[in-house]
Design a protein around this ligand. Structure first.
Ligand code: LLP
Length: 386
């Protein structure tokens, strides 16, 4: 063991690979279950987009969470992992007909609808099957989240959701349709949000809408506030389990729910990020001008977040106790942006050392690609390596 890693077991495995600490995942899920259990009528639907690894999904399902899916592929992955269809919600701005049909065939909990044309198609496809689709409308709340611009979603300029001004008209349309049933509202303001004030702003918006709808006798059975709770990328060991208590409490205390209204959450990153680590081997240490490079066998094809969002992931040399030196840590891909970190302090690096790229359980393995004809990374859990 070095730190939390069974490094003696890693030696035999082909790198790069994702390592999932299932003990931490289970602890995280126990806390989510306990915290959400303190709130009446509340459900967490894990956002499958963060990590659809079957072993990870199965553990999440064991703890009673539902699944938030954004494609037919994710619905299939959730069903394969044993999620019950009545705990599956299906979002996304561009649902294809086959994906809608898949949702209808399994009678999923609801479709989170993002436009009038989509509503019309769902109604049509449900009519063809002689069923009624439950729909929530995703409202674009025009609330700014303080996070990377590529991952804010709740501003009027973003492509997501139905604008505040249109939503009442759209509900009225749905109420005229025979094969859809309006059951609630859906929101999501962005991802990697650490400022509870952003969520409080969303709660205010939800309250305004509930008051407006009440005046017009529109019943809202379900309020889905999306996901977005951030994690501590700088210090993965300091707070390896995010503050779910504070997060759930913010919504529960600020949203003025009417009798029987259900509250839904769709956390992804906060559930799985800290339990995943990308393990990579150092191929070469190269002297550059005024710097040295640690060249890894993992690249942006295995973990794209640093290249795509300039995201920080803590890097550790888990093979060395030698004095610290400074490196640019890079991958082998033919792109200048294939860099995991610049001027990173690591215990002296030698060829063959294993480096751990931390907090990679969310939006890591699932965003891997085969660019440069590379193989997809493998994955192992704590249990696989016992
Ligand atoms: N619900 C909806 C409607 C979403 O769009 C998302 C994420 C979530 C829930 C889950 O959000 P979370 O709890 O994970 O923040 N690839 C980016 C993140 C993209 C997030 C997209 N939507 C990254 O690596 O940071």
């Amino acid at each position: 063991m070095k730190g939390q890693f069974p490094i003696e077991k890693f030696g035999a495995l082909q790198t790069p690979f994702y390592y999932y600490d299932t003990q931490l995942l289970r602890q995280t899920l126990s806390i989510i279950r306990a915290e959400i259990g303190k709130i009446d009528n509340a459900v967490e639907h894990y956002a499958v987009k963060a990590n659809a690894n079957q072993q990870v999904l199965r553990i999440i399902r064991e703890y009673g969470l539902g699944a938030d899916c954004v494609s037919g592929g994710e619905i299939k992955a959730a069903l394969q992992a044993g999620f019950s269809p009545d705990k599956i919600v299906f979002a996304g701005v561009g649902k294809a007909d086959w994906e809608i049909n898949l949702g209808l065939e399994h009678d999923i909990f609801c479709f989170n609808v993002e436009s009038i044309p989509e509503l019309e198609i769902i109604n049509e496809l449900a009519a063809a099957k002689g069923v009624v689709a439950k729909v929530e409308f995703r409202v674009n709340p025009d609330v700014k989240a303080h996070t990377h611009t590529n991952i804010t979603t709740g501003l009027a300029e973003n492509k997501f959701g139905i604008s505040l001004n249109d939503v009442e008209r759209v509900i009225a349309m749905a109420q005229q349709m025979q094969h859809v049933k309006f059951i609630g509202l859906h929101f999501h303001i962005g991802s990697q949000i650490l400022d509870m004030g952003d969520f409080a702003a969303l709660c205010n918006r939800v309250n305004e809408l509930l008051t407006q709808f009440e005046k017009h006798h529109i019943q809202v059975e379900n309020i889905n506030v999306g996901g977005g709770l951030g994690i501590d990328y700088q210090h993965p060991n300091r707070q390896s389990i995010p503050d779910f208590c504070e997060y759930f409490k913010t919504f529960n205390s600020l949203i003025k729910r009417r009798d029987g209204q259900m509250l839904h959450f769709e956390l992804g990153r906060a559930v799985v990020a800290q339990c995943g680590t990308l393990i990579s081997k150092v191929l070469y240490v190269k002297q550059g001008t005024n710097k040295q490079f640690a060249i890894l066998d993992a690249g942006m094809t295995d973990l794209i977040r640093p290249a795509l969002y300039q995201a920080y992931h803590k890097i550790e040399n888990i093979s060395s106790e030698l004095p610290v030196e400074t490196y640019d840590v890079v991958g082998p891909i033919c792109e200048s942006s294939d860099v995991f970190g610049k001027a990173v302090d690591l215990n002296k690096v030698q060829r063959g050392d294993l480096l751990a790229i931390r907090s990679a359980g969310a939006y890591g393995e699932i965003m891997a690609s085969q660019y440069n004809c590379r193989e997809l990374p493998r994955s192992y859990t704590t249990e696989d390596l016992l």
